[in-house]
Write a protein that binds this ligand. Structure first.
Ligand code: KG4
Ligand code: ZN
Length: 379
C-alpha cells in the first residue's frame, strides 16, 4: 500500500498543506495565499503573516485531507517545514504538525524549505514521466532566496523520490533575492504586489509596443568579486531607482497607476494602458538583466561540474522569459532543463511532503523538541 505523507508549509506568506503518496504522487495540494493581506505594504509583514497562518492552518489541512479523500488516520507521517523562513510563521506550521503527529502516534519529519523547492522539480518530472539525471545544477530563485546548488544522489533516476539527495552550495545572492528585486521595482513603479507576475506579463505585452529600434536602457552586469557563481540584484534595483529619479516625466503615470491600484485595478490589461513605452522599455531592460544574471551563472556552473541536467525552482521559476532563455541556451549545450509547473514553483506543501518521504524511509524522524530555524542552510 502507498505511503501517504501529510506535508505542512508555513515558512513565509503561504499556508499550505498537501498529501503525497510514495514521494511522487500528489493526492492533494492546498495553498492559502496571504497576498491580499500584505499587498498594501508592498511586502510580507511578519506579524501579519503569523496571524494569518494561525487563521488558516486548520482549514487548510482539513481541505488537503478532504480533497485527497482521506482522514488523519490514513496518514503515515507528517512532514513539516522547520526552516529557513520567518520564525513566527514557521512556528505555526511546526507546532500544528507536531501536535497532529503526536496525537496520531505517527512520525514527525522536519524538512528544509529549500530542499522542498528542489523536490518540487522532481515531483513535476515524475508527473510527466521524466526524471532528471544527476549530478544537476539547481537554481532556487524566489522572493527570499537565490541559491545555486549541485545536487547528486546514488541510484537510478527513476528511484530518486525515495533516496536522499546530496547538496553542495555553488553560489548565492550577496544581497537581494531576484524575486525581491522584482517586488521592489514593482513597488517603485506602482505596479502592485507581488511584482514578478505583473512585470512578467507587462514585458510579454510590451513586445510589439516597444520598438526594437527605440532608445534602449542598458543595465550593466553585476560585478562580483570572489565567487563567480554568486549573484547580486541590489545594483540593478538601484539603477532602476536612479533612472526613475532622472526622468521626472514618469511621475504622472506612476501616480495614475497608484490610483488604479487603489481602485483594485491590478491586472496587466488594466495597467498596460497606464504604462508609457518608456516604462515598458525600463521593464524589458530590467527583466533582461535579471534573467541574464540567472541563466549565465547557472549555465557556467553546469559546465564546470559537468552537470547532466539543470533544475530551476522557486517563485521566479514561473517567469516566462527565464523559462524560454533557459530552454534556448541549455538546449544549445544539449542540457535538459527541468522546471516545476507554476503551482509547484511557488511555495506549496506537496514539495515538503515529497522531501519528507526519503527521510521517512531512512527513519530520520524529528524529536518533539524540533524548533524553527529561521536561517537553516541546505548545504
Ligand atoms: O517561492 P515563492 O512563492 O515564495 C518565496 O519563498 O519567496 O516566490 C515568490 C516570489 C515573489 O518575489 C514574486 O514576485 C516572484 O516569486 N514571482 C515571479 C513570478 N511569479 C512569482 N517573479 C518573476 N516572474 C514571475 N512570473
Ligand atoms: Zn520558497
Amino acid at each position: 500500500m502507498a505511503t501517504r505523507i501529510l506535508g505542512i508549509e508555513s515558512s513565509c506568506d503561504e499556508t499550505a498543506a498537501a498529501v503525497v503518496a510514495d514521494g511522487r504522487e500528489i493526492l492533494s495540494n492546498v495553498v492559502a495565499s496571504q497576498i491580499s493581506v500584505h499587498r498594501k505594504y508592498g511586502g510580507v509583514v511578519p506579524e501579519l503573516a503569523s496571524r494569518e497562518h494561525l487563521r488558516s492552518i486548520v482549514p487548510v489541512v482539513r481541505e488537503a485531507l478532504e480533497s485527497a479523500g482521506l482522514t488523519l488516520r490514513d496518514i503515515d507521517a507528517v512532514g513539516v517545514t522547520y526552516g529557513p523562513g520567518l520564525v513566527g510563521s514557521l512556528l505555526v506550521g511546526l507546532t500544528y504538525g507536531k501536535t497532529v503527529a503526536n496525537a496520531l502516534g505517527k512520525p514527525l519529519i522536519g524538512v528544509n524549505h529549500l530542499e522542498g523547492h528542489v523536490r518540487a522539480v522532481f515531483l513535476e518530472a515524475f508527473r510527466s514521466g521524466r526524471a532528471p539525471c544527476l549530478p544537476a545544477v539547481c537554481l532556487i530563485v524566489s522572493g527570499g532566496h537565490t541559491m545555486l546548488y549541485e545536487v547528486a544522489a546514488d541510484g537510478p533516476a527513476e528511484s530518486l523520490s525515495a533516496v536522499p539527495l546530496r547538496y553542495r552550495k555553488i553560489g548565492q545572492t550577496r544581497d537581494d533575492a531576484a524575486g525581491e528585486a522584482y517586488d521592489k521595482v514593482a513597488k517603485l513603479l506602482a505596479l502592485g504586489y507581488p511584482g514578478g507576475p505583473i512585470i512578467d506579463r507587462l514585458v510579454a505585452h510590451a513586445t510589439g509596443i516597444v520598438s526594437p529600434n527605440g532608445e534602449s536602457i542598458d543595465f550593466s552586469a553585476a560585478k562580483i568579486r570572489g565567487n563567480v557563481y554568486d549573484f547580486s540584484f541590489s545594483g540593478i534595483k538601484t539603477a532602476v531607482l536612479y533612472y526613475v529619479r532622472a526622468h521626472p516625466e514618469l511621475q504622472a503615470e506612476i501616480e495614475e497607476r497608484r490610483c488604479a491600484l487603489t481602485r483594485g485595478e491590478r491586472s496587466a490589461e488594466k495597467l498596460l494602458p497606464l504604462c508609457s513605452a518608456q516604462t515598458l522599455r525600463l521593464l524589458v531592460s530590467f527583466q533582461k538583466r535579471v534573467v541574464a544574471e540567472l541563466v549565465t551563472r547557472t549555465l557556467q556552473a553546469a559546465e564546470e561540474i559537468a552537470a547532466q541536467s539543470i533544475l530551476v525552482s522557486g517563485g521566479v521559476a514561473a517567469n516566462n522569459e527565464l523559462r524560454s532563455s533557459f530552454e534556448r541556451d541549455a538546449e544549445r549545450r544539449s542540457l535538459p532543463v527541468f522546471f516545476p509547473s507554476r503551482e509547484l514553483s511557488t511555495d506549496n506543501a506537496a514539495m515538503i511532503a515529497a522531501a519528507a518521504y526519503p527521510k521517512l524511509l531512512a527513519a530520520q524522524f524529528a524529536g518533539w523538541d524540533l524548533n524553527a530555524e529561521p536561517v537553516l542552510p541546505l548545504a
